[in-house]
Design a protein. Structure first.
Length: 548
């Protein structure tokens, strides 16, 4: 229940989070614009340099191809996943967890997951040769090959669209679908004529969110194409890190921000639409052997690449390049993982990652929990606007924040240290924590809080003694999700560090010189924590990407 609060109380709870986000989101965007305008070349010439940059045309083309191909494919896969889980198909609880595993995985790890399949002596060539389709291995990861990136991102990015659409499925009244069934509508007609029209806002939301996230595709292009298949985000990174051209990097980031702003404008009407409460009983749209078979196929689509990554990482390095490759390892060894752990820079960077992720979790919880409580429990002027802005910030482009902050952090001593990276990671993760905390406090019984106040407790005593114990598991899940976001993030960590990288930044920096065993072991080490966190927090994911 939402109650009218004292005039200044909700703003006092929101101010720390709003002030923090204001410092680390709109200000860097303004700094980027200033950086371009005040450059020696000026605004017009800087953008002309970007348009004439050697990799810009290819980066734009590749990004547009990803937009046109990836977003629709991901939404189509996510729709099938959401309908299967929402219909309560056998094992739907396990399928929910399974389909959500890639949600917290970075595109760096997504590239590693598929690397074991696409290498010349990998599992895909082995499978094709074993059934007689090919006689010699095909170099799938040839120069400028885009389709492996499409496959890897389709696997990784579908999870976000799945959670959005599952939340939409749970808003559909079950009796509407049952009424259509009683009137003689078959399964296909019910799906096309009833379910999909009711899912239209969620479909639009999923499509726009995935399109915006495609603009942030970055590390997977380096993992699967050695950087020879450029995208816009990799162009911004190269201009900043390799060419040391701050104005050109700023031009790239402004271009990415302009495209993102278009996506946000399309997303805004969905956020402003009236909301409904999710139902515990979703309509049974898909059922029977065909639905169960589809669930198995989609489960294998998620699981097989993870299994093959783990199998490759646990294969003795001397047998890694055997061909054709057996799908069940003939021997198991942790030698690759041991070599990875002993590699130069890995241990200190892992310590940095743990420190950054820990600070990020604490800051997100300290700032996000009060803001989530205010949005969940208090009625005040501007509440809808604050909520909408928070939801929009979920898709804020990391490149636009990182590159200008890397310049500003040098002046204040935050460049190349744990705290500077943690502050940026907090800005990235905080909107998710606020929304999750809002969902958790909304779900906690408001009647118990009222009873406590009726018995003489102050509002804050009631919150401390009644609401916080109920909300603690959800707030712990919020901290874990912030930890996972920080643990996986690679772009900001790579831009903001030089001698003190996080583990993903260290791995990314060594891609060009590291052997295959190193990359496969890195994929396992970076994947396992996020998969475990997805398992623990799966019931709370709908609060982040669910209905308004």
């Amino acid at each position: 229940m939402i109650r009218r609060a004292r005039p200044l109380l909700p703003f006092a709870l929101l101010l720390p989070a709003i002030g923090f986000l204001a410092l680390l989101v709109p200000i860097p965007i303004g700094q980027t614009l200033v950086l371009v305008i005040t450059s020696e070349a000026g605004l017009n010439e800087t953008f002309q340099r970007m348009l004439g940059d050697a990799g810009f045309a290819d980066a734009l083309r590749n990004t547009l191809v990803l937009l046109l191909v990836l977003a629709p494919v991901q939404v189509a896969l996510a729709l099938l996943m959401a309908l299967l889980v929402g219909s309560g198909v056998r094992g739907h609880g396990f399928l929910f967890y399974l389909f959500a595993i890639p949600l917290l995985v970075s595109d760096l790890v997504g590239g590693f997951v598929w690397l074991a399949l696409f290498t010349e002596r990998g599992y895909l060539n082995s499978a094709l040769q074993s059934v007689g389709v090919i006689g010699q291995p095909i170099p799938f990861l040839a120069v400028e090959a885009l389709w492996p990136i499409v496959v890897a991102e389709a696997w990784r990015g579908t999870a976000v669209a799945f959670v959005i659409l599952l939340a939409g499925v749970r808003l559909i009244p079950r009796d509407v679908v049952e009424t259509a069934e009683l009137m003689g509508a078959g399964r296909l007609r019910r799906t096309l004529g009833v379910v999909l029209p009711l899912l239209r806002p969620s479909l639009q939301s999923a499509l726009v969110v995935r399109a915006v996230f495609v603009l942030q595709t970055f590390a997977v292009a380096f993992v699967l194409a050695d950087g020879n298949t450029p995208v816009l985000a990799s162009g911004a990174y190269s201009a900043h890190a390799a060419e040391r051209d701050a104005s050109l990097a700023a031009a790239y980031t402004l271009f990415i921000f302009a495209l993102t702003a278009v996506g946000m404008a399309l997303y805004l009407p969905v956020l402003l639409s009236p909301s409904s409460e999710p139902r515990t009983m979703s309509p049974r749209v898909l059922s029977g052997p065909l639905a169960f078979g589809g669930a198995i196929v989609l489960a294998l689509w998620v699981l097989i690449p993870i299994y093959l990554l783990a199998a490759s990482a646990l294969t003795p390095p001397g047998r890694l390049f055997e061909y054709p490759k057996p799908f069940i390892p003939t021997g198991v060894s942790t030698e690759a993982l041991d070599l990875f752990a002993a590699a130069a820079g890995i241990f200190p960077s892992a310590v940095n990652s743990l420190a950054v992720a820990g600070i990020t979790s604490v800051l997100c919880l300290a700032l996000g929990a009060p803001a989530g409580y205010a949005l969940a429990r208090m009625r005040f002027r501007g509440r809808g606007t604050v909520l909408t802005i928070t939801q929009l910030l979920r898709v804020a482009p990391i490149a636009v924040l990182s590159i200008p902050l890397s310049i500003g952090f040098v002046d204040v001593g935050l460049y190349d240290n744990v705290l500077g990276v943690a502050l940026v990671h907090t800005a990235i993760a905080l909107p998710f924590v606020i929304l999750l905390a809002r969902g958790v406090f909304s779900a906690a019984s408001g009647e118990l809080e009222d009873v406590a106040q009726t018995l003489g407790s102050s509002r804050w005593a009631a919150v401390r003694r009644v609401i916080l114990p109920l909300a603690t598991p959800g707030l712990f899940a919020a901290a874990l999700i912030a930890f996972a976001i920080s643990w996986s993030e690679v772009f900001a960590a790579s831009v903001l560090t030089l001698r003190q990288p996080t583990l993903p930044a260290q791995v990314f920096a060594s891609l060009a010189t590291s052997p295959l065993t190193f990359k496969l072991a890195a994929g396992v080490v970076l994947l396992v924590p996020t998969a475990l966190i997805a398992l623990v927090t799966r019931r709370y994911l709908l609060y982040i990407w669910g209905a308004r």
